[in-house]
Design a protein around this ligand. Structure first.
Ligand code: CO
Length: 149
């Protein structure tokens, strides 16, 4: 559907940036409580997928910390709520939370981190999301995860 809406130039831009390396992606976050993308595409041809998260701001993780957490859309709010209770020492993710598909640690300005997780258990009929589980951030810092074949 997107292809029908975009011209050739836009498609080339997408192809050369977002999908340059199919089994990994870099997502940026900042001091304005934003991710630089609202969608991450995971090819089902990948056995594993790696997300690298960069924090391009300057604020410390105690006040403007960010992580990248992937769950089903249905689980996202509950995982974020439980993560808030788990606290910064647990990177705002409940330990051993089986609803979490992938999650990085919490980082502050100038830092970067990554997470690698298995793609094989993911279901094309399911809806997935990513978000930051730092308290209060999921309202703005969230996006969809799309599986593509
Ligand atoms: Co955040």
């Amino acid at each position: 559907m997107i292809k029908k809406l975009l011209g050739g130039t836009a498609l080339f831009f997408l192809a050369s940036s977002a999908f340059a390396n199919d089994c990994e992606v870099t997502v940026e976050s900042n001091d304005a409580m934003q991710f630089n993308t609202s969608n991450v595409t995971i090819p089902t041809s990948c056995s594993e997928f790696t997300v690298t998260l960069k924090h391009t701001g300057q604020l410390p993780k105690q006040s403007m910390g960010h992580n990248w957490v992937m769950t089903t859309k249905a689980d996202s709010q509950a995982v974020a709520t439980d993560g808030m209770s788990a606290g910064l020492d647990n990177n705002y993710v409940k330990p051993n939370d089986e609803r979490v598909i992938g999650a990085t640690e919490i980082i502050g300005g100038g830092e970067q981190t990554s997470t690698t997780f298995s793609v094989e258990g993911l279901n094309k009929d399911e809806e997935y999301m990513f978000f930051c589980s730092f308290p209060g951030h999921i309202g703005i810092m969230k996006g969809t995860v799309t599986l593509s074949s």
